[in-house]
Design a protein around this ligand. Structure first.
Ligand code: BDR
Ligand code: CA
Length: 309
């Protein structure tokens, strides 16, 4: 499996990247970055740090520093820290460099060089992916599969626009462009994230792994865990981007999914960024998303054990 990862590398993105890097039979061929959890300048550095920790060489292409329409984005520092990696204290200095080519141009070039071969896993606001669609209208056809973490499927969001999920909320126009351009994509929503946490006991066991990857996992999750534990609505350690990566790497982990037509609310006074799912087929449009609603969390735990070993 040839993989491209587009990321706003926060804490859970880092884990998703680590999972892909440690998956036999999968090759991460490029990582593109975008402003989301933190500004892209932090995100760039975070991706280089992950590559250092994992000892992996992957080209990193710097991407969009703000959403398509300016004025809405704000960093998610409460969950991911100001640096996007939970205020990571043991960060090693890096000798790595970013590529000069901008993310959207790199996505278009790579897809054109190997049409039908790349699986694109999008873990942040869809700004770069939308730009790639606009740079090359055939870009979606050249991607083998798009899997994205984003959106809500029953209006239970995690942002100030309470029905909107963070990635869609950050750049609703981009999400709308991508859903419109791709004939089919796989969607891992916020509600599916809430349904498939690790228990705190599972989290504690993983955080005790005494390896470079295990110590990185422990050190970068402290801020997020302190934040999440305050909410009685949060059932355990949440895995938004890692679940999207897990079902990409191991599609057999999906237990339940269904095809529907989805688009994005761009105007709502209180709901801008909400994904709108046409469950009843009222719009008579071809389904464009495979919505994953059930998956094998034990299988995801095994992937964590593999990546932290
Ligand atoms: C998504 O937003 C970010 O906080 C996470 O990295 C994930 O991509 C969850 O809503
Ligand atoms: Ca993310």
């Amino acid at each position: 499996m040839r993989i491209l990862i587009d990321t706003d590398c926060g804490v859970d993105d880092a884990q998703a990247i680590m999972m892909a890097l440690r998956q036999p039979g999968a090759t991460v061929e490029a990582i593109t970055t975008v402003t989301g959890n933190a500004h892209v300048k932090h995100v760039n550095r975070n991706v280089l740090t992950v590559l250092d920790v994992m000892g992996a060489d992957v080209p990193v292409f710097p991407g969009a520093d703000q959403p398509l329409v300016p004025g809405y984005w704000e960093a998610e520092a409460r969950v991911h820290g100001e640096d996007g990696l939970g205020g990571y204290k043991n960060r090693p200095a890096t000798a790595r460099q970013l590529e000069a080519e901008p993310a959207a141009a790199a996505l278009v070039r790579l897809a054109s060089e190997a049409p039908g071969q790349y699986t694109l896993v999008a873990l942040g606001p869809l700004t770069n992916v939308a730009l790639a669609c606009r740079l090359d209208s055939l870009f979606p056809d050249k991607i083998r599969q798009l899997v994205f973490m984003g959106g809500t499927i029953s209006a239970l969001g995690n942002t100030r626009n309470v029905t909107a999920e963070f990635n869609a909320y950050c750049d609703p126009e981009a999400a709308e462009i991508v859903l419109d351009a791709f004939a089919q994509a796989t969607m891992l929503s916020w509600e599916t994230t809430l349904k498939h946490p690790f228990t705190w006991e599972q989290y504690d066991a993983l955080a005790a792994t005494d390896t470079p990857a295990g110590r990185f996992f422990r050190d970068t999750t402290i801020t997020t865990v302190d934040y999440l534990r305050q909410f009685r609505q949060v059932p355990g350690y949440l895995l938004p981007d890692p679940l999207a990566m897990a079902i990409t790497l191991r599609p057999e982990l999906v237990r339940e999914s269904a095809m529907h037509y989805a688009r994005v609310e761009l105007q709502g006074r209180a709901t801008r960024g909400q994904t709108v799912i046409d469950y009843m087929g009222l719009l008579e449009r071809e389904p464009n998303v495979s919505i994953v609603t059930g998956l094998d969390t034990a299988g995801v735990y095994a992937l964590y054990q593999q990546m932290l070993a």
